[in-house]
Design a binder for this molecule. Sequence first.
Ligand code: GLY
Length: 561
Amino acid sequence: MPKTAISLLVVAALGSALAAQHLPAEGAHGAVSSAEVHASEAGIAIMKAGGNAVDAAVAVGFALAVTHSSAGNIGGGGFMLIRQADGQNFFVDFREEAPGKATTNMYQDAQGNIVKGRSIQGFLASGIPGTVAGLVSAQKKLGKLTLAQDMAPAIALASDGFALDTSEANGLRRAKNLALFPDSHRVFQRDGRFYEVGEVFKQPELAATLKAIAAGGADAFYHGRIADELAAFEAANGGLITAADMAHYQAKWRQPLEVKYHGYDILTSPPPSSGGVAIVEMLNMLDNTDFVSHGMDSAAALHDEIEAERRAMADRAVYLGDPDFVKVPMATLLSPDFAKERWASVKPEQASLSKDVGAGAIPGFESDETTHFSTVDEAGDAVAVTYTLNFGYGSGVTAGHLGFLLNDEMDDFTSKPGAPNGFNLIQGKANDIEPYKRPLSSMVPTIVSKDGKLALVLGSPGGPRIITTVFEVLTDVLDFGLNVQQAVDAPRFHQQWMPEDVYFEGPSRFSPDTLALLAKMGYPLKVGGSWCDAEAIQIDPKTGLRMAATDPRADGAALAY
Ligand code: GLY
């Protein structure tokens, strides 16, 4: 379609906490969904300047590091999934790594008890940051513009500042962990003179760090002045990250997981994501039941979906870890036969007990403040990125005068087998801490195609709830026929093996009849709250329109042109 014939309409669909958005933003050329409007605008601007979906994703990733401080980052890590229009696909693993001096028991005291908070707050909580390596590596290999062009919007937002919206301003004011560390309190809370809604927030120190990366690439971050300054700051404060750790870090290109499901081709995240394996397992299990015929959110369909979640999450706890350190039984976990075996223990109209379910037997084997963004360009290339500092504002520690927050991703490792982590996840030995190992993640950027054509790009933050949110948005679109915005808006439920509880969004998101039927089947129900922030783009199979959706539970922006 000629450019002039295309509507110049830019539909900016801005979510707000309770105002559900019912129509996706539509455009013929490109689309971006992210957790913050300036970042989505950066992605659109880069595509309009000739960049592709990877350039746009890189621009969004760096911009979120400026405008969405709780989760956007250069001091954290994540995953990028890329599908090009011709079907070629790539996965960049830029998950953080345990520092070289990390030890398996570093979060336990002499008696073997977990030291509360040590893996979540302060200097010992951080892994070696991976985001800069990941974004730059993807840009270099698959971007069309220069790194400096892709980073220009982020640098401008940091240097010139941007007006804080309600959610960002309130987030900075309320973040208790930022108040504990002098550089964080200075940069993000102006030493107690908190930023107001609408006030312009400038970050000159972060701008200087970003400018150095734009000029010198990932080397400028992992070698030389920035790495040395970070290492000195860590050493002075009892942290473990050294200049050698920084020099050691590399983004890893891995093979995405692929599964066929109900006529669609689903491309998703391999370990150290646990999400892709879990979602493939859940979908394979659902192939053993006609849950769709019961109707979306009926008690019978929910029973099947919850039992699939329970079993996949139990296997997650036992078998999954960094594939460069532990042997993950991928072939079995992904096989329809294994899913069938797992499904055999599901009883009609009766809740299973997680303590009885356990992990499947495989012989021979021992806030959730993340953020997701999706981009689609004119050619039909698509990128899904989930990256994170782990909990809101990560460890709470700003890296001195470098202007960026450090993650608390070490909490995603097993601090002690059998003990719950910050997300109440019970984890196993496969996810033990070892030097330079990557902690298991729930992040699961996912891309769906049908008959060779791009269909859906999605992901979400939310710790283990990422997995169930992505699973539910997938089935809502692929099985129940919802459009992307309806699926993102739809009520959520969550079961993660342990604890036994099943969580339902509420109040009034599921019918009392349905909940009563589930309670009768034996489900321990926890109703209330809302969670995650799915940011997704669907392609209309008939018109090719890009339809971008943002989650009404958060304050993101879906833009298309
Ligand atoms: N930090 C949350 C996750 O990666 O699962």
